[in-house]
Design a protein around this ligand. Structure first.
Ligand code: S3P
Length: 444
């Protein structure tokens, strides 16, 4: 196996203390940041980016597009200029290392195939255990040459002539949809992607900003997306909005910590991403949403959150794509809610950075919360949370952050064995939380 760089382990402890107060400048959205770099690299001409999330996952994508011929210049403070390749990537001499990033590697498979590139794609242990067949299968149907063993990384892509396909997504996955659309940019003829349940649509929105001709039609619960290839994108300006998935941690921390009053600024409110906030409101959360304009074709808002008494929820599976990354922190909110919650249809969580369904259950159980997995559902008995547990983050940033949030409102402190991977998505997490008054201590 090709081993990639993994950062040194660091333990952290969060403990109950005072109410959380203040304001967070929400970090740039991870999904939008990856896409800004990738589309900028594919486009003809210059793309200017502000507010790029400078996390390990996004920097891995930046490194990959540079090795494929895009020129990326850092102006400082999240500002970048990308000089695109006009849709033709050069062969990558060395392996492209995507670290922990499923979005980076899956979207780049599509971009590389569509841009006639040649590359070997690798990742860390977690990424190397995640399924890649969901991308390589449709890409191969389009004519792409993808080589892998048992549909896992490393995956090698070789240039090949491509034609459009008509494809119904077997899993509700924006990564798979996006990989197909990026391949379609270099394929001849029409590509149609049919999704039964609408997933995040940042690729479609941003393709339009880069001048692509793409049509999206509502089809039942989902959508039908059509793109005629080949097409060459034109560079543009992308101001990355705040990440609702990162904002989720301070949001839940404020709701469960008595006396808290927190403002989260510039949060993207694309409906395909805000499921958590709608669910929390159904549970009784006090969330004041103040519109704050637009960025990168997406609406943004400031969120005001106050400590709230939460009630349990029985959550339907259809809503899953709009809060797919937020289930661990929602489970923490449910642990503090009155009554028994049931989060239904969580099978996809098993294919995330960890088996996130098992990891979420373990995080609850080790802190004295009565919870069990029934088929693909997670059942949680809410109330007072004992805490005092030592949580294994299992290489999963969202498990680590959720556990630290729990410790802020439990009766006893919560320890997380390793938080180093939080830098994959939210490098400023500890600083932002401690600035709100959270008692989190990191042991180097
Ligand atoms: C993402 C899509 C989701 C999500 C991931 C980011 C994206 O994955 O979990 O964190 O940017 O397209 P799936 O497409 O596998 O559901």
């Amino acid at each position: 196996m090709i081993r990639t760089h993994q950062p040194a382990r660091r333990e952290a402890v969060s403990r109950p203390g005072k109410p959380l107060q203040g304001c967070v400048n929400t970090p740039g959205d991870k999904s939008v940041s990856h896409r800004a770099l990738i589309l900028g690299a594919l486009a003809q001409g210059q793309t200017r980016i502000t507010g790029l999330l400078e996390s390990d996952d996004v920097l891995a994508t930046l490194d990959a597009v540079s090795r494929l011929g895009a020129r990326v210049e850092r102006l400082g403070g999240g500002q970048y200029v990308v000089q695109g390749t006009g849709g033709r990537f050069r062969p990558a001499k060395d392996a492209l290392d995507f670290g922990n990033s499923g979005t980076g590697v899956r979207l780049m498979m599509g971009a590389i195939a569509g841009a006639g590139g040649q590359a070997l794609l690798v990742g860390d242990d977690s990424l190397s255990s995640r399924p890649m067949g969901r991308v390589t299968i449709p890409l191969e149907q389009m004519g792409a040459h993808c080589r892998s063993t048992e549909a896992r990384l490393p995956v090698e892509i070789q240039p090949a002539p491509l034609t459009g396909i008509d494809y119904r997504l077997p899993v509700a996955s924006a990564q798979v949809k996006s990989a197909i659309l990026l391949t379609a940019l270099g394929a001849s003829g029409e590509t149609v992607v049919r999704e039964d349940r609408a997933t995040r649509d940042h690729t479609e929105t941003m393709l339009r900003l880069f001048g692509a001709d793409i049509s999206v039609e509502a089809g039942g619960e989902g959508r039908i997306i059509r793109l005629n290839g080949p097409q060459i994108l034109t560079g543009c300006q992308i101001d990355v909005p705040g990440d609702p998935s990162s904002a989720a941690f301070a949001a839940v921390a404020a709701l469960i910590t008595p006396g808290s009053d927190v403002t989260l600024k510039q949060v993207m409110i694309n409906p395909s991403r805000t499921g958590l906030y709608k669910v929390l409101e159904r549970m009784g959360a006090s969330i004041a949403v103040t519109p704050a304009g637009e960025a990168a074709g997406e609406s943004i808002a400031n969120f005001g959150l106050r400590y709230s008494t939460l009630n349990a929820i029985d959550l339907e599976p259809d809503i899953a794509p709009s809060l797919i990354d937020e289930y661990p922190v929602l489970a923490v909110a449910c642990a503090f809610a009155r009554g028994r919650s049931r989060l239904r249809g969580l099978a996809e969580l098993r294919a995330k950075e960890s088996d996130r369904l098992a990891a979420t259950h373990a995080l609850l159980a080790v802190n004295g919360v009565e919870a069990h997995i029934e088929g693909d559902d997670l059942v949680i008995e809410g109330g007072t949370v004992r805490g005092g547990g030592s949580v294994r983050s299992l290489g999963d940033h969202r498990i680590a952050m959720s556990a630290l949030v729990m410790g802020l409102a439990a009766r006893e402190a919560v320890t997380v064995d390793d938080i180093s991977m939080i830098a994959t998505s939210y490098p400023a997490f500890i600083d932002d939380m401690t600035a709100l008054g959270a008692m989190i201590r990191v042991h180097p």
